[in-house]
Write a protein that binds this ligand. Structure first.
Ligand code: AMP
Length: 220
């Protein structure tokens, strides 16, 4: 049973691509009143809009590489205008971003509650991302079992994200292990980390994640 609690601090949801961060963040937003900041969604929005920024980063994202830290600082800096507690999904993804987050939180006196780190083996990630289909209109995520049919949320067409192509997925995993995995050690020097098994039914993972946030609240 998931109960509604208001969280008094920002939370980082950490993990490899395809581990389920976006899905679990949508539950956390509803369950804990956090504002979801997905840097992947923000970047895709820029690319889709054809803005100068989007044109600049489109190729980087399609290659499965990381967008520059300076761009991320400007995006997340804008999110900090909001006083409401934030739920970071896909940020920080480099050691530089992790150090920046800790420093900005101090400067702005924003409490950082801690990190929920979703864990799954690489083989599972590759299988999930190869099967993932995304709505071209609303961005809802579905498995390939739903391909051919319309988006269950808005009726839009379900497509494979360009960066979910198997060759790009291997590059994203390589980048995760080289650049992003070390972020956890940096955050662990200052913040409590709750590791959560990302395998199994979505509802089971949701219950584990909610429990992990409860543990972060208890550690205040
Ligand atoms: P995601 O939807 O979180 O998997 O992000 C999709 C892509 O956006 C990533 O593969 C990166 O190219 C880019 N991206 C998202 N968040 C970040 C970040 N914090 N730092 C650098 N690049 C990012």
């Amino acid at each position: 049973m998931i109960t509604s609690t208001i969280v008094a601090g920002d939370v980082v949801v950490f993990g490899p691509p395809g581990v389920g961060k976006g899905t679990q963040c949508s539950f956390l937003r509803a369950d804990f009143g956090l504002r979801h900041v997905s840097t992947g969604d923000l970047i895709r929005h820029e690319i889709k809009s054809g803005s100068p920024l989007g044109l600049l980063v489109g190729d980087v994202v399609r290659r499965g590489e990381l967008v520059s830290d300076s761009l991320l600082f400007s995006m997340v800096g804008q999110a900090f205008v909001d006083q409401a507690p934030l739920l970071f999904d896909g940020f920080p993804r480099s050691v530089g971003q992790a150090r920046w987050l800790l420093q900005r939180a101090d400067e702005l006196s924003r409490p950082l509650l801690g990190v929920v780190a979703l864990v799954a083996p690489d083989a599972e990630i590759v299988a999930r991302l190869s099967a993932r289909r995304t709505c071209g209109i609303c961005g809802a995520v579905a498995s390939s079992a739903a391909a051919g049919g319309p988006c269950p949320k808005c009726g839009g067409e379900l497509v494979r994200r360009a960066d979910d192509d198997p060759t790009i997925v291997s590059e994203r995993l390589r980048v995760y292990h080289s650049d992003t995995a070390p972020v956890l050690e940096v955050l662990a020097q200052r913040l409590p980390i709750q590791r959560v098994n990302g395998l199994g039914e979505v509802a089971d993972v949701r219950a584990r994640v909610a429990e992990a946030v409860g543990q972060l609240l208890n550690s205040l």
